[in-house]
Design a protein around this ligand. Structure first.
Ligand code: UDP
Length: 369
């Protein structure tokens, strides 16, 4: 079979590899001059720092098979992601845990005391089935922590009130009553030693895969093979006929300095009057390396317009109705499969993206046997 894949990010690469190993001929096109999509990494010429060009990507998963899979293609180094946040003139640990609770309220609670304090004095337990981001926050942490840590940040990140956003966005973050300040709770976590791009190049390195970079394929010209895997935006495939699915894009204001500028990989800024959401210092994503210089990104989120890179699917109620229309068309396609954050219009992490690409491409390989 001749398979065409649009997009050489994680989804396209993983699906392409499965099908190539099953003996199919795979042609992959990507409009960018590099592979790895938004997890592309590149060493800065000036400082030698490995830069996550499209923002920070931390590999974490509870899926042992996915962990083994990525370790087939590159060496992962131990990396433990910790995030700090600057709000109201102080620096706290994120996600909210015992240290942050004690520091914020000026207490010395032990775990059960903190839990009791939040439940009895802060959380709004009258909210039994939180629907919005705001209700989820008020139900679990109450108004004071919500206002300080989530409200301003979320308004900047999503460009709208947390009243309008789904609770699922906040459910990405845990609330802890201990001093664990690991941002992620997954069993496996690490950083590829030489960045994500060589890892994706390794996945794509198969004699049955032809790779065409800097080569945009639209829906009309993509359908020449036996089967098409489309990892671009779902709505773009259909020419936006039901309207444009909403995304947030990011502007990165890059700056360099020397030494250690902020002391951690990610510093969030929760106050509404600070125009950016976070500053990332990329050398801290590779703590085993030493560099004199340092590269930082100030991250500003805004509505994604034509020509911008889509990052975060917004998935509001209106968009979900539109999504259902596109999905109905997608499901009826015999010879086209949609994959990835853009192809599925879903806020998926890297491991979930790989899992979906593996499952779907294995299904296709069976179907094409
Ligand atoms: N969030 C927040 N304050 C923070 C960190 C996160 O309000 O200091 C909210 C925000 O709405 C964000 C969501 O929690 O979009 C999920 O955070 P996560 O760190 O998973 O976002 P990502 O790293 O994918 O941008």
């Amino acid at each position: 079979m001749q398979i065409t894949i649009v997009g050489a990010g994680l989804s396209g690469a993983v699906a392409g590899r499965t099908l190539a190993e099953a003996g199919h001929h795979v042609t992959i096109h990507d409009s960018r001059p590099h592979v790895a999509g938004n997890c592309h990494t590149e060493r800065c010429d000036e400082t030698g720092v490995m830069v996550h060009l499209y923002g920070p990507h931390i590999f974490h998963t509870g899926d042992a098979e996915v962990w083994d899979y990525v370790n087939r293609f590159t060496t992962f180094r131990p990396y433990r992601h910790q995030v700090k946040t600057t709000v109201q003139g102080a620096v706290y640990a994120m996600p909210i845990g015992l240290h942050t609770i004690n520091q914020f309220f000026g207490k010395t609670f032990r775990p059960e005391e903190a839990r009791q304090f939040i439940e009895e004095h802060e959380a709004d337990l009258s909210i039994t089935d939180p629907q919005s981001f705001e209700e989820q926050a008020l139900r679990f942490v109450g108004p004071r922590l919500y206002e300080a840590f989530f409200k301003g940040y979320t308004e900047k990140q999503w460009g709208m009130s947390p009243k309008a956003l789904p609770a699922s966005i906040l459910k990405r973050l845990p609330l802890r009553f201990d001093y664990n300040d690991n941002y992620f709770a997954h069993a496996f976590q690490g950083m590829p030693e030489n960045g994500y791009t060589p890892m994706v190049e390794g996945i794509l390195d198969h004699p049955n895969i032809d790779l065409h970079l800097g080569s945009a394929l639209d829906a009309a010209s993509a359908g020449t093979g036996d089967h098409l895997i489309w990892t671009g935006p779902l709505d773009a495939y259909y020419g936006g006929r039901f309207g444009a699915l909403g995304y947030r894009t990011l502007d990165f204001e890059r700056f360099t300095s020397t030494g250690d500028w902020q002391g951690c990989a990610v510093m969030n800024y929760g106050d509404p009057d600070v125009p950016f959401t976070r500053i990332t210092e990329h050398k801290h994503f590779a703590p085993w390396e030493e560099h004199e210089g340092t590269v930082l990104y100030r991250e500003v989120s805004r509505a994604c317009e034509a020509g911008d890179i889509p990052y975060y699917p917004i998935r509001l109620t209106g968009e979900m109705a539109m999504l259902a229309q596109y999905e109905a068309l997608a499901e009826a396609e015999e010879n086209v499969t949609f994959l990835g954050r853009l192809g599925r219009y879903a806020y998926m992490d890297m491991d979930v993206t790989i899992r979906a690409a593996l499952d779907v491409s294995r299904g296709l390989a069976q179907r094409f046997e």
